[in-house]
Design a protein around this ligand. Structure first.
Ligand SMILES: NC(=O)c1ccc[n+]([C@@H]2O[C@H](COP(=O)([O-])OP(=O)(O)OC[C@H]3O[C@@H](n4cnc5c(N)ncnc54)[C@H](OP(=O)(O)O)[C@@H]3O)[C@@H](O)[C@H]2O)c1
Length: 306
């Protein structure tokens, strides 16, 4: 069986598509015939700097969608969704799950796609900074499915999109009075925390300012290297280091609650949608460098897919 992959031979060089060695799956591994690849900011960051790469040449990439070729048992999620649509979810959804639900992070109770959330959850509020980003779109959907009051930020052109994901209120992140607006919308509610889906130093400071004005709260960022500066006493930064890829305890809580329950039935009953929309560059892996460049330049409410 022939396998193709895009190789990075050295930092700051283009990816080169070539034949890759084919390995039979071992115990606890599956073989997937891949049909679509989504590009994340980590891909260009690794291409530009070589960060976290142990040896070259290497194959980058975190998001794939395809058909399972070899597995002892398998659960079919749905066959109504195109690979190029569903591939936008895996890393963004997983990243949002860690930050929102895992022990030692924001520790919010994860949603169920099949049960109605308790009505008192409306009295609990969470902020998602960057609701139109890939990670942010998943965070908004997960919190909305939990029945919480979700405040999100985005550019005004993306307000309708972020509201369609379930955000209760959306605020323009370029508006200088945004902190006052967020604080006003949170007053009288239990504050679950601020999830910074962008992870820039500037967005971290704004999230901390929001929590500081409210007088308490937990801050979590999608990027554990974010420089948040010194924290006021009443604001806690949680999750300073990344959890293992599969979550704690061998991945069981994350897998059971979110991937098995929420993702499976959520995709079928529309509580989880494949957002942001894929921007598909037709032509397969040969267009991977264009896709990475697109993400490097900055996308808005879109995910580059080949
Ligand atoms: N993608 C993943 O699975 C993943 C995994 C782990 C960590 N991360 C990290 O999480 C961060 C976000 O990644 P992503 O893939 O979700 O990003 P993305 O989809 O490429 O982010 C694009 C969005 O970011 C928003 N944005 C950009 N600058 C902003 C700012 N200063 N304030 C508020 N919003 C801003 C834009 O919103 P508007 O267009 O509405 O202005 C745009 O829609 C990155 O630092 C990434 O390295 C991502």
């Amino acid at each position: 069986m022939e396998k193709k992959a895009a190789f990075l031979h050295a930092p700051r060089t283009p990816l080169k598509v070539d034949t890759a060695p084919f390995n039979q799956p071992g115990p606890h591994e599956i073989l997937i015939r891949n049909h679509a690849v989504a590009v994340n900011p980590v891909d260009y960051k690794q291409q530009d700097t070589g960060v976290q790469i142990k040896s070259f040449p290497c194959i980058l990439g975190m998001d794939i969608a395809g058909t399972v070729v070899e597995l002892l048992s398998q659960q079919k999620i749905t066959d109504k969704i195109a690979f190029t649509d569903v591939v936008v979810l895996p890393l963004g959804l997983t990243t949002a799950c860690w930050g929102l639900f895992e022990e030692g992070y924001l520790e919010i109770v994860a949603p169920s796609a099949s049960e109605i959330p308790p009505s008192e959850n409306k009295e609990k509020v969470a902020l998602v900074w960057g609701g139109s980003s890939s990670v942010g779109a998943s965070a908004v959907q997960l919190l909305a499915a939990g029945g919480y009051t979700v405040l999100a930020t985005a550019s005004s052109k993306n307000f309708d999109f972020v509201k369609s994901l379930g955000a209760t209120h959306v605020f323009d992140h370029t508006d200088s009075s945004i902190i006052n607006q967020l604080v006003e919308a949170s007053c009288g509610k239990q504050v679950l925390g601020a999830y910074d889906a962008i992870g820039a130093d500037s967005t971290a400071r704004l999230c901390v300012q929001y929590l500081h004005t409210l007088g308490c709260g937990k801050y979590m960022t999608s990027l554990y290297t974010t420089d948040t500066g010194d924290f006021p006493e009443e604001v806690t930064r949680v999750g300073k280091s990344p959890p293992p890829m599969q979550g704690r305890d061998g991945g069981a809580p994350l897998w059971n609650n979110v991937w098995q329950d929420f993702m499976g039935s959520g995709l079928r009953n529309d509580k989880l949608r494949t957002k942001p929309d894929a921007f598909v560059l037709e032509g397969g892996l040969e267009r991977i460098n264009e896709a990475v460049d697109l993400v490097r330049k900055g996308v808005s409410a879109k995910k580059a897919v080949v």
